[in-house]
Design a protein. Structure first.
Ligand SMILES: NC(=O)c1ccc[n+]([C@@H]2O[C@H](COP(=O)([O-])OP(=O)(O)OC[C@H]3O[C@@H](n4cnc5c(N)ncnc54)[C@H](OP(=O)(O)O)[C@@H]3O)[C@@H](O)[C@H]2O)c1
Length: 307
């Protein structure tokens, strides 16, 4: 059976996944959101593969537990940096510490993400999901990019989502002032914006030895959305979780994209776990992508970065 492009993620999600035995010994890997779910399992797999980890986490206590666990089980060093990515000032501060302490960055994995059922605004005046899932990772990447370029060959992975297929991105209403906020569409908008900037950055990175790819980490059992109301939490735990997979598959897929020698020169792709997949057509619109790039630069205050 030939599946239409929009539904191709269904057969792809049933395909056998690729793995690698390649090692990442001493490679410096910066990973956001490692205290739970996808990021936690990615951190575990990277530590097993020998990577030196810089984990950017919101919750210091949870992060300390992850560090203790990884360092006791693997021959690796783990540096924790605490930051809440709904505050762009904290993104800037964290990037500054990393640039100060690490002469090289071999791998950046932007994983921290949220799903809110209600609209809230950050102190920077941006819708929170758009800020955490897209703007913060955009800013963090741009700030670390000079060091990543110096460290080439290097790789950037954006943990995106099939949720980009929900759409929701309206460049004239990024903050949902004019529309009724819907959680899945707000989430979709943030992931579409991130995907569109991946294609933009791919072009800018051509010939540098730095690659960038986006990935969907599978439909896996994590804490995403558990910050919402009790009804949502009940629905998620009892009706959704039983249908989801073990997040270890996400960690294994991220490791494959980060370490596999055959991925060394692959850039500008969207992977369903490890399967190369065509995203939704609205996430391939380069004209909109260029506009998202420009608006994102304005929202993060690019002048500060260049200055
Ligand atoms: N689970 C899925 O099926 C699925 C599917 C598609 C895509 N994804 C993507 O996978 C990524 C990870 O999500 P997950 O499913 O693993 O959810 P999760 O278990 O809730 O983990 C999210 C991680 O991001 C961190 N985080 C959340 N808000 C943050 C903020 N403001 N600043 C800094 N860190 C923050 C969380 O920290 P705390 O521990 O402090 O909360 C946690 O470490 C997200 O980008 C999500 O969109 C997940």
């Amino acid at each position: 059976m030939k599946w239409p492009d929009e539904l191709i993620f269904i057969p792809n999600s049933r395909m056998a996944q690729k793995t690698t035995t390649a090692r990442m010994d001493r490679r410096v890997c910066v990973l956001t959101g490692a205290t739970s779910g996808v990021g936690y399992h990615a951190a575990k797999r990277l530590a097993e593969g020998g990577a030196r980890l810089v984990l950017v986490c919101r919750n210091a206590e949870k992060a300390a537990r992850v560090k203790a666990e990884l360092e006791s089980e693997h021959q690796t060093s783990v540096r924790i940096l605490q930051a809440d990515f709904s505050h762009l000032a904290e993104v800037r501060k964290t990037a500054a510490v990393i640039l100060e302490e690490y002469p090289r960055i071999d791998m950046l994995i932007n994983n921290a993400g949220i799903h809110n059922t209600r609209r809230t605004l950050t102190e920077d005046g941006v819708e929170t999901v758009f800020c955490v899932n897209h703007l913060a990772s955009f800013l963090f990447t741009r700030l670390l990019l000079p060091r990543i370029l110096e460290s080439a060959p290097a790789r950037i992975i954006q943990v995106n989502s099939q949720g980009h297929r929900f759409g929701g991105l309206d460049l004239n209403d990024l903050n949902w002032d004019k529309r009724r906020y819907r959680g899945l569409q707000g989430y979709g908008a943030s992931k579409v914006a991130q995907l569109l900037t991946v294609w933009e950055l791919t072009d800018r990175l051509k010939g540098t030895g730095v690659t960038i790819n986006a990935m969907h980490p599978g439909a896996v059992r994590t804490n995403i959305g558990m910050n919402n109301g009790l009804l949502y939490q009940w629905y998620q735990r009892y009706l959704i979780w039983p249908t989801l997979k073990d997040p270890r598959i996400s960690g294994e897929a991220i490791y494959y994209l980060a370490a596999a020698p055959e991925m060394a020169e692959v850039s500008g792709r969207f992977f369903n776990l490890t399967i190369d997949e065509k995203p939704a057509s609205h996430a391939l619109d380069r004209k909109i992508g260029n506009q998202v790039w420009v608006i994102s630069e304005i929202l993060i205050g690019l002048a500060e970065i260049n200055g």
